[in-house]
Write a protein that binds this ligand. Structure first.
Ligand SMILES: CC(C)(COP(=O)(O)OP(=O)(O)OC[C@H]1O[C@@H](n2cnc3c(N)ncnc32)[C@H](O)[C@@H]1OP(=O)(O)O)[C@@H](O)C(=O)NCCC(=O)NCCS
Length: 157
């Protein structure tokens, strides 16, 4: 893909569905094959309870991400497993995914979103309103920093 904008179709899916298999394939291509995250760490218990979305370029599944409850009392949501196939990076697929997750976070009335960002991806998340905080740390052999973003109430634009 070049940098030209592509209209991606984003849909939520249930864990265990056919779309989930396609999302797992994207995550394994990106995190396990490309970034060398141990395969046994890729799928976890959060997958059973998370809100998942997948983006298609035509019929081709190209990107995915998930949102889950970080701390219900604090109205904190967490975003994770943001993955875009290498062939489709830089063409808006990741932005389409994170916007869909942020819209769901507003629907759920979360007041704040947090995520664990690989250092190289910090500028991407900053473009979507997240700010990094705290020191860098290692997760699965990859340096990360925490990032957060306050959300406006659902009736505000
Ligand atoms: C990080 C990732 C999800 C971004 O998705 P993407 O589809 O490539 O990003 P987009 O095309 O929507 O980019 C949106 C903007 O962020 C910028 N951007 C994207 N990735 C970037 C990066 N790694 N570093 C700096 N800027 C980046 C783009 O230049 C673009 O800027 P623009 O709007 O001014 O043109 C994707 O690159 C990816 O899956 N990387 C590998 C897996 C990974 O590291 N996931 C994140 C784990 S925390």
């Amino acid at each position: 893909m070049n940098g030209k904008a592509t209209p991606y179709r984003v849909v939520p899916f249930a864990w265990g569905s056919d779309a989930a298999k396609q999302a797992v394939a994207i995550r394994f291509a990106v995190f396990v094959d490309e970034q060398r995250v141990p395969a046994e760490e890729e799928i976890d218990a959060i997958d059973d309870i998370a809100y998942h979305v997948i983006a298609f370029d035509g019929d081709e599944p190209v990107a995915t991400g998930r949102l889950f409850d970080g701390d219900a009392e604090k109205k904190l949501g967490k975003i994770g497993r943001m993955a875009v196939l290498k062939s489709h990076r830089g063409s808006g697929a990741g932005s389409t995914i994170i916007r869909a997750l942020m819209e769901e976070a507003v629907r759920r009335d979360y007041g704040e979103l947090a995520l664990s960002a690989q250092l190289h991806a910090i500028p991407f998340y900053e473009r979507h309103g997240f700010s990094a905080y705290g020191d860098a740390y290692d997760d699965a052999g990859i340096p990360h920093r925490m990032m957060k973003k306050r959300l406006s109430p659902s009736r505000a634009t």
